[in-house]
Design a protein around this ligand. Structure first.
Ligand code: SF4
Length: 303
């Protein structure tokens, strides 16, 4: 699919939002609640810190390289050029997020050179499923948002949006994680449908393809949504938000153990693992639009 430039759909600032908007929701946080209500509480209400993992850092780095790769002239988007971007992009990320440097200092079990090589290996996986010389993405790392049900702002960052000459949209999401795909595929598709809903509501076009690119496995998973499905999905998102509101009012967020617990940073606070949650914050709903003012999870951070 080739691409025509389109205008980036920027998220409205809070002052531009309709007065009826009461809250905002990103696909990551919505998926948290679906996965495990207590995980949602830990991340969105308690805001417990999470140390970046090596996998998340690698995901962020690979996403950064793939974004920059398309700055190059088409003919120059080669595997070698992508490899040359790895170290400079990592240096940039560490400058912006100094905590990333700590990944390699604690016990020496993670070697920085090996880390960069593993990122380069994932990029090789990318080149086996796509030829970036034949693509001109319309948008990369684009923040999109829409208001649904008059009062809920839904928003998130697209990895990439391709627009065909006939206007057809293709949403592309890079997956770099090493976790078993079946454990995360439902979450990944939920995220893509979230983006499809925003695009449909803001541009009036149902994306033709939602594409997951699994770089580790060098595989492509395409999904074609339709309008009826997105109508149902919109109802699901609104119902999810109402459930979050009810849980917040009742201060009742229960653990829902699953295979995803293996990747949860908060087992020490989770009753399912013998832990105790911190005291519930006194005013958890004081600023329900707080998320509209902050950047949603960085690309790759959710891998
Ligand atoms: S360990 Fe599992 S059940 Fe507990 S909060 Fe994390 S995801 Fe939920």
């Amino acid at each position: 699919m080739t691409a025509d430039p389109v205008i980036t759909q920027q998220a409205p600032t809070p002052t531009q939002l309709p007065a009826t908007v009461r809250a905002s929701l990103s696909p990551s946080r919505a998926a948290d609640f679906k996965t495990c209500p207590l995980l949602y509480r830990f991340r969105s209400i308690d805001r417990l810190p999470e140390r970046p993992t090596v996998e998340q850092a690698r995901g962020t780095l690979v996403h950064a390289v793939l974004e920059r790769l398309f700055d190059l002239p088409a003919a120059g988007r080669t595997p070698e050029a992508a490899g040359d971007l790895v170290a400079p992009q990592w240096d940039r990320l560490v400058t912006e997020q100094p905590e990333l440097a700590g990944l390699f200092t604690d016990d020496g079990q993670v070697d920085a050179d090996e880390f960069l090589r593993s990122a380069a290996a994932l990029l090789e996986g990318y080149f086996t499923v796509e030829d970036p010389r034949r693509l001109e993405p319309a948008e990369r790392e684009s923040l999109i948002s829409a208001v649904i049900d008059d009062e809920l702002l839904i928003r998130g960052y697209l990895d990439r949006l391709d627009v065909a000459p006939d206007g057809a949209l293709r949403v592309v999401d890079y997956k770099t994680g090493g976790a078993p795909r079946e454990a995360f595929e439902a979450r990944a598709l939920f995220q893509l449908k979230f983006y499809a809903l925003v695009l449909w509501r803001t541009r009036g076009v149902v994306p033709r393809v939602l594409r997951l690119l699994y770089l580790r496995d060098a595989e492509v998973c395409d999904y074609a949504p339709d309008a009826e499905e997105l109508v149902r999905f919109e109802r699901t998102v609104v119902a999810l938000w109402r459930a979050i509101e009810q849980a917040t009012a009742a201060r009742d967020f229960r653990p829902r153990p699953s295979r995803l617990c293996d990747w949860c940073s908060h087992q020490a606070h989770c009753p399912s693992y013998g832990g105790t949650p911190p005291p519930f914050p006194e005013q958890p709903t004081a600023d329900p639009l707080r998320d509209a003012r902050t950047r949603p999870a960085a690309p790759g951070a959710d891998e």
